[in-house]
Ligand binder design. Sequence first.
Ligand SMILES: [Zn+2]
Length: 488
Amino acid sequence: MGLRLFNTFSAKVEDFKPIGDRVGIYTCGLTVQGPPHLGHIRAAVSRDILIRWLLHSGYKVIALENFTDIDDKIIEKQKELNTDWRIIAQENIDKYMKACDELNIIRANIYPKASQYIEEIIELVSKLIEKGFAYEKGGDVYFKVRQFPDYGKLSKKNIDDLVSGARCASTEHKEDPLDFALWKAAKSGEPYWDSLWGKGRPGWHIECSAMSMHHLGETFDIHTGGEDLIFPHHENEIAQSECATGKKFARYWLHNGWVTLGGEKMAKSTGHYFLIEDVLKDYRPNTIRLYLLKTQYRHQIEFSRERLNEAKAAYLRIQTYIHGFENLPETTEPLKLKEFTEAMDDDLNTPKALGIVFDLIKQGYEKPSLDIATSIKYYLKILGFVEEVPEQPFADVMEILHEVKAKIKDEKSGLLDNAAQELWNELENMKSSDEFFPNIVNVLLGIRNRLRKEKEYGLADFIRERLAQKGIQIFDKGDVSTFRVEAK
Ligand SMILES: [Zn+2]
């Protein structure tokens, strides 16, 4: 069936058909006046999953993610810290890249900075003036929103409704309150570049049009960003780009949901956020990735330590299973591939795809299987999880098994010893590929059940307690015992 993506522009899930043999993707990245918070990382993980799935599906990709390094907020920060804006921008870019690398976020091919594309921006603004879509006034240049009949199509806003909300700041020279700035005249003490309209700097929206079209062409495949950028940023990008070229700008618009805190958007401007560097102090990258991917990218996620802790336990359960096998081979034919592919092709439905992984894990713990372990390893790689050393070492349960065996020999009757010996032999006869953590725990549970039947509760409880110390909880239902690995 192939990949289908929800396009904000049509408000429908559409079949994905790229223009050429390389999928061009542009992502609106950070305005780097401060370090990245979890909301920024969610946008990055959403882009990462899109690219990973495109690559896995056989597409070639060229991806750009910009940094807005010159903007009102950075100029304010410059005044506040009495530091050069370039230093502030670079420090925050470095922090973002470090966090992205820790989280195994696939790198874009190019990370353009607005300040590096002033020439392209000036050229685009000039073109808009020439074509009658923009005008200069007092050193500022504004875009005439009413000249673009399709304005509001992406955000589904009606121009008449926008009029009542539009205001002009006293410092602006707009002819119409709806118009937006393409170029801003420099105020004293602000960074500036020379232009045909005097000293100034670009407005925010124009940089993304200039940088995306410079690298990807006038029409390109996918534009992504947070849902808060739909209006006005992306609406303005469409207006100015399509007026300049007379062509369709981006073909698919993908927007990720916010991370919320108490129902409100996590944002630097409101001081309402968790910095990613702080979240990374408490949680491993795989836990954060699992927590984010448990929600489909378009929906909002409420920040919750409880949900993060659940993700931690869930990842530990997966990791413990697959690391129970030594030298786990690679597979090219994983179990449930059709279901997994359908889930990912359905607008990158990661919660559904993860559900398939969790179903496999459940089966694997009930009936250990090498095929399940190799399949899970295959899917974890597609979803961008990093291979890591498990927190629950195989050695822990082997140690308990030896202790139990010694205790039975020392303390108990021949009958118990024989019963235990049978299970012990079973374990020793296992092929090396089957010798993994759940099998050993199951042997321990078998010994424990035998002990309970013989009313040797002291020894049975010893097994339960020792496993609990290693984070393994036992659940009894009649004669059947199961176990679950808990996060420590
Ligand atoms: Zn942008």
